[in-house]
Design a protein around this ligand. Structure first.
Ligand code: C5P
Length: 229
């Protein structure tokens, strides 16, 4: 398989200082994910700091609102120069299209989240009110998202094959839940190794604790990148 799979390190730390120290310690890793924890505390400053360190930014804010609001939020995010930005596919076709329209002509690619992996089949039916199995809902929402203009999908490694079938060869697939054979699973239940995720068709893998909890994060990055190549 000739697909290139890139590593993204998840900056799941509480402070700006720890985040920037982690970027420094991660050596050759080119991509970092900033999520709600850091962004809610530091705002655009943390995004600028990652970019100023010469790194690519995955801004995982999972926008979900009316199309007009999401369009303006994506427009506001353009100044942060995030290469990847998340929205919820369940916001529907018009919202997804609005996000894409706002990102058009920029470096930002829009990724849609389908069904959160924390939602069980019982919760999907009984609480969220979707009649399908999680896999059916993931396929349907992935195909809706890409059809409506999303550049790609965030999904669990065990969903890569189904999502790839639903969205075709060109859409991006980004997957967390990755554990190299040498790392602890932590609380991740449905995991895959970097090499298996690449073989399944992932374009990016997101890894947190196996890198940040490693005694030498730069070495963990090198091991994962070697496995991907
Ligand atoms: O430390 P770990 O490698 O498990 O971190 C994975 C990252 O991916 C975390 O930022 C986590 O929130 C995120 N994530 C996940 N599973 C999902 C969605 C996001 O692990 N289904």
């Amino acid at each position: 398989m000739s697909r290139q799979t890139e590593l993204i390190t998840a900056l799941d730390v509480p402070t700006r200082e720890e985040a920037l120290a982690a970027v420094e310690r991660c050596g050759r890793c080119a991509w970092f994910k900033v999520g709600l924890q850091l962004y809610t505390r530091y705002g655009p400053d943390i995004a600028h700091a990652v970019r100023q360190a010469g790194k690519q930014l995955f801004l995982d804010l999972k926008f979900h609102d009316i199309p007009n609001t999401v369009k303006h939020a994506v427009e506001s995010s353009i100044a942060l120069d995030a290469g990847l930005l998340t929205i919820h596919a369940s916001g529907g076709r018009a919202m997804i299209a609005a996000a894409r329209e706002a990102a058009e002509g920029t470096n930002t690619r829009i990724l849609a989240v389908t069904v959160l992996t924390s939602i069980s089949e019982a919760a999907l039916r009984g609480e969220v009110g979707m009649p399908e199995t999680p896999e059916q809902a993931v396929r349907r929402l992935a195909s809706l998202a890409v059809d409506s203009g999303a550049h790609g999908i965030v999904c669990s490694p065990l969903e890569i094959t189904a999502v790839r079938e639903a969205v075709g060869p060109d859409a991006l697939i980004v997957t967390p839940g990755i554990r190299p054979a040498w790392a602890a699973a932590n609380d991740q239940a449905r995991i895959m190794t970097p090499a298996d995720a690449r073989a399944a068709g992932a374009d990016y893998i997101v890894v947190g604790r196996p890198i940040l909890g490693h005694e030498n994060p730069a070495e963990a990055v090198d091991l994962i990148q070697d496995e991907l190549n």
